[in-house]
Design a protein around this ligand. Structure first.
Ligand SMILES: Nc1nc2c(c(=O)[nH]1)N[C@H]1C(S)=C(S)[C@@H](COP(=O)(O)O)O[C@H]1N2
Ligand SMILES: [Mo]
Length: 214
């Protein structure tokens, strides 16, 4: 857990520093594909807390719970029986890299809404992962047709370091809003901040508004 703490401290420090010196934030070319402060990468960087949980498919489950009328826990087989969709989108990490034109395959969050039937009091979502990472979003942000429980990138199963077997992709938000190795999706009536949201990162996380730090 030592390396984990180092990464977390460094990133937390960056959030504090950048917040105080936000005038230094802006660099890199501006065009209609690239938000302020971002640059394009042609590889797929790996970012996590220094721990990549390996979940055997026979033990993998995804639980949808909280303020829903139909809580469900899917096994891998049950998850694979859900309808598959594709999303083409850019991916923007708050550490300034952007990966353009990704083809993601998986199950739409909107399908989760149809299955679980959130109660009227459900307004927020908390995502929890097998590495104990958490991140949060308003329900109305997740109720978008590009929010995907992703299993494939470019037609290949997501590798373990990118959050396989299933991660969340939320193209309109910075990448940390997409939980890798997702384990549980909880519907709440109150906003509950996740791992980076309590460590100085923006609760809204909008790349096109350069909305990085709280
Ligand atoms: N479970 C989990 N999900 C996570 C993270 C993490 O540490 N644990 N890191 C987030 C951050 S900060 C980023 S930038 C993206 C990185 O995804 P990648 O490693 O596939 O590029 O995953 C996000 N989802
Ligand atoms: Mo990140």
């Amino acid at each position: 857990m030592e390396s984990n703490e180092k990464i977390v401290k460094a990133k937390q420090k960056m959030a504090q520093h950048r917040r105080e010196f936000s005038c230094r934030e802006v660099d890199g070319p501006q065009d209609d594909r690239l938000p302020e402060g971002q640059h394009v990468v042609n590889n797929f960087p790996v970012l996590d807390l220094g721990y990549k949980p390996k979940i055997d498919l026979s033990e993998w489950t995804l639980t949808i719970d909280g303020l829903v009328s139909n809580p469900v826990t899917w096994t891998w087989e049950q998850f694979q029986a859900q309808p598959v969709s594709q999303v083409h989108a850019d991916f923007h990490c708050v550490t300034t890299w952007s990966m353009l034109d990704n083809d993601w395959t998986g199950v739409k969050f909107q399908h989760v809404l149809e299955v679980a039937c959130p109660l009227p009091s459900a307004k927020f979502i908390l995502f929890e992962s097998y590495d104990d990472y958490t991140t949060n979003l308003p329900l109305e942000v997740c109720d978008d047709d590009d929010v995907l429980l992703t299993t494939h990138w470019k037609d290949r199963p997501l590798s373990n370091d990118h959050g396989g077997p299933v991660r969340i992709i939320v193209p309109k938000r910075y990448a940390w809003k997409g939980a890798k190795w997702v384990k549980k999706i909880t519907f709440l009536d109150r906003d509950q901040k996740g791992f980076w949201e309590v460590r100085g990162y923006s609760n809204t996380a909008l790349p096109w508004e350069n909305d990085r730090y709280a």
